[in-house]
Design a protein around this ligand. Structure first.
Ligand code: HEM
Length: 343
C-alpha cells in the first residue's frame, strides 16, 4: 500500500495531540488512550444503540465534497454540536458519546478522566466508537480492524445535504460516495466495492424515525438479526428478487438498488399510499449486483471488506500518511470482536 496522492486539498492527521516527543511515542500514547476508551465503550455500546453509534460515525464523515474542500466537513466531530434533518434519530448516540452539549458523554468523560485521552479529539472518539459497534455485533475479524487516530475537531460547517437519501439508485450512491473522495485505493478497494460494503452496515440497527413510504419499510429492525453484523443483509436482498412483501432484506430503496436498477410498484388506488413492501424488484441488474451476490455467499469476505471500507470512510477529508499501514496496524487488535452488555 503506497502513499495516496489526493487530488484535492484535505487535512493532515495529527497525532501530536496525544503527547510525546516523537511520532512513535505519540502513537504509543494514543494506543494507551484507546485501550482505556475501548473498555468504557464496551460497557456503553449495547444492543439498543450499536447501530445508532455506527450510523453516527458515518454521518460525521459523510459531509465532505472533494470539489469544495474549503467548505469543511469530513470526520471532524462536528456532529456533536448540531444535528441536521438527515440525522433524525441520532440524538441517541450523540448524547451517549458526547452529551447533548457535545462536550460530555463517554468521550467527554474519557477526556476528563483518562490522562492519555486528555486531548483526544471528539472526531477520533466517534470514529473509534463506530468500529467498536461493529466489534460488539461480531462484525470485525479475529485480527480486529486497522484504524488510525489523529482527526482534527471542528465546530462546523457540516453540510448534511451531502448525506445519501433513502431514494438513491446505485448510480446516485456511487456519485455521492465518490464525492467524499474516500481513499479506497489505499485500502485495496474500488469505489463500487467500497459502496456495496458500506451499505452492508444496514445489517444491524433500526429505522427509528423513517416512516413507511415508497422508499422505506417503516420503523423497525433493518434485518431479522439486527444485533449481528453479517452478510444476511445481502442474501435478503438477493432473495427479494422477483418477490413482493418480503419483511427483511432491503429496508430502503437505496438497499434494494444494490441488486435491482428499477423497482416497480402497483398502481395505487386514488389517494392510497404505496409502500416499499409492495415494491417489486424484477431483475438483478444493478451495476453493484455482482458484488452483492459475492458478499451474500461469503461472510468472511464481507467482514474483512467492511473493515477496509470503514477505514476509507474514516479518512474522509484527510490525507493518507505514508506510514498509514504501520500506524493503523497498531490499533487493530483493539477492534477485535468483543461481547458487550445486552448483546
Ligand atoms: C445510500 C446510503 C445510505 C442511506 C440512504 C442510508 C439511510 C438510512 C436511513 C434512512 C436509516 C434509518 C434512520 C432512522 O429512521 O432511524 C439508516 C439507518 C442506519 N444506517 Fe444508513 N444509510 C446509508 C448508508 C449507511 C452507511 C454507509 C452506514 C455506516 C457505515 C450506515 C449505517 C446505518 C445504521 C447502522 C443504521 C441503523 C441506525 C440505528 O440503529 O439507529 N448507513 N440509514
Amino acid at each position: 500500500m503506497a502513499t495516496i496522492a489526493r487530488a484535492f486539498a484535505a487535512v493532515d492527521l495529527d497525532v501530536s495531540v496525544y503527547g510525546g516527543a516523537t511520532r512513535d511515542q505519540q502513537l504509543t500514547n494514543a494506543a494507551t488512550c484507546f485501550a482505556a476508551l475501548r473498555t468504557r465503550l464496551l460497557t456503553a455500546v449495547t444492543a439498543p444503540n450499536a447501530g445508532n453509534v455506527l450510523r453516527l460515525a458515518f454521518h460525521d464523515c459523510g459531509t465532505y465534497d472533494i470539489n469544495n474542500p474549503a467548505a469543511g466537513g469530513g470526520c471532524r466531530g462536528a456532529i456533536r454540536l448540531a444535528l441536521g434533518p438527515e440525522d433524525a434519530g441520532l440524538d441517541l448516540s450523540r448524547n451517549l458519546l458526547t452529551g447533548p452539549t457535545g462536550t460530555a458523554g463517554v468521550c467527554g468523560a474519557a477526556k476528563a478522566t483518562i490522562p492519555a485521552c486528555a486531548n483526544m479529539p471528539f472526531a477520533d472518539c466517534i470514529s473509534f466508537a463506530g468500529l467498536i459497534a461493529v466489534a460488539v455485533t461480531r462484525g470485525t475479524t479475529a485480527a480486529g480492524c486497522p484504524w488510525v487516530p489523529g482527526r482534527v475537531d471542528s465546530a462546523g460547517p457540516r453540510n448534511t445535504a451531502l448525506l445519501p437519501p433513502k431514494e438513491a439508485t446505485a448510480a446516485q450512491s456511487l456519485a455521492i460516495f465518490g464525492r467524499y473522495g474516500m481513499p479506497v485505493g489505499a485500502v485495496g478497494l474500488t469505489l463500487d466495492r467500497a459502496v456495496t460494503l458500506l451499505l452492508g452496515a444496514h445489517s444491524i440497527g433500526r429505522s427509528r424515525t423513517t416512516r413507511p413510504d415508497r422508499c422505506s419499510k417503516g420503523i423497525s429492525s433493518l434485518t431479522s438479526t439486527p444485533n449481528t453484523f453479517e452478510n444476511s443483509y445481502y442474501s435478503g436482498l438477493i432473495n427479494n428478487i422477483g418477490r413482493v412483501n418480503v419483511p427483511n432484506g432491503g429496508w430502503f430503496c437505496s438497499d434494494m438498488h444494490l441488486v435491482c436498477n428499477a423497482i416497480t410498484y402497483p398502481t395505487p388506488r386514488p389517494g392510497a399510499a404505496v409502500t416499499l413492501r409492495q415494491g417489486f424488484c424484477p431483475t438483478s441488474d444493478s451495476p453493484l449486483a455482482p458484488i452483492a451476490r459475492e458478499l451474500a455467499a461469503n461472510n468472511a469476505a464481507f467482514l474483512s471488506g467492511f473493515c477496509s471500507a470503514y477505514q476509507a470512510m474514516s479518512l474522509i477529508g484527510y490525507n493518507v500518511p505514508p506510514s498509514y499501514v504501520a500506524d493503523a496496524a497498531r490499533f487493530a487488535t483493539l477492534l477485535a470482536p468483543a461481547p458487550a452488555r445486552g448483546l
